[in-house]
Design a protein around this ligand. Sequence first.
Ligand code: BDR
Ligand code: CA
Length: 309
Amino acid sequence: MPRHFIIDTDTASDDAVALIMALQWPDVEVDAILVTYGNLPVTTGSTNARYTVELCGKATPVYEGCVKPLLRDVAHAEEYHGPEGMGILGRLFPKRPAAEGHAVPELIRRCQAAPGEITLVTLGPLTNIAAALMIEPRLAEWVKQCYVMGGAANCVGNVTPGAEFNIWCDPEAARIVFHSGMSILMVGWEISRFDAVISEQEMQEIKAFGTDRARFTFDCNARALQYGVEFQAARGLMLPDPITVAIAIDPSLCTRRSWHYVDVACAEELTRGMTVVDELSVTGKRPNIEVCWAIDAPRWKKMLYATLR
Ligand code: BDR
Ligand code: CA
C-alpha cells in the first residue's frame, strides 16, 4: 500500500530535489503538489515543479496557490537560488500546464476525502496551509502528520540573525499553522548544516551516476552551492527541503526529537519570523510542536543517493 503525500513548495533548487526524492521513493505516492510564492513568484515555482515532475516521468498534478503573504509584502530569494530559482538551468519549459483549481481548496478537498491518510510536507512559506485552516479548521485533524521545513530551533537564522526564510516570509501564517492543533514536526534550517552538507567528494560521486536527475540536481543548485559557501560558511551543498522530505519518508532519520511550546515572533523588528522554542517549559504552556534536533546524516545521504541513481 503506498503512503500518500501532498507537498507544498515554493519550487526553487532545493525544493526540486526534495520533489525528486518523494516522486522517486518506491512506496510513496505524491497525490498533489501545491505551489506557494516564496523563493519565486507562484508561476515560476509552478513551472519548476512541473518540469521536475516530468523529469521523474510522473503526471502528478501541480496546483498554484497563494501569491503573497497574509499581511506582508512579498519577498523572493532569486539571489540565493539564481535566475528562475534554478541555478545555471535558467528558465524551464514543462510540457503540461498547471492543474485547474486553486491549491487551497484542493488541499482541503483531498484531506477531507482521506482523513488520517495524508502526510503533508511543507517546503515554503506557510500561507497556503494557513489559508486552508482559516477556511476549514478541521484540516488540522484530517492531516495524518505534517513535516515543516522552516524555522531555526536554536535561533540561527538565514535571512535575519533570528529567522529562517520560510517562516520569516509569512510569520502570521506560520503562527496560525503552529497553533492549529495539527501534528507537526519542525525541521529547522540548521539541520541542513555541518554533517548534513553534501561535500565536494559526495557531489562528484553523485554526478558519476550519470543520470538526468543527478545532473539536474547540481545544475539547479549551482547558485545555492556558491551562495552557501560564500556567505553561510557551508563546506558544500545544504539541502534543507530534501532533508525534510527524507524525514517524512523515514521518520527514524530524525534521531532526536521532542515536543515543546513553540511560537512565532510576528512583530516587525529584530525577531520577525523567529521560531521561539520553550525548551525548558518556562511558560508552562502545552507543547504544540515537535522539534527535530538531530538527524542521522550518513543515512540521509544514502536516501538522497538512492533517488538520484
Ligand atoms: C528554505 O528557504 C528556501 O530558500 C529553501 O527552499 C528552503 O525551503 C531554507 O530557509
Ligand atoms: Ca523551499
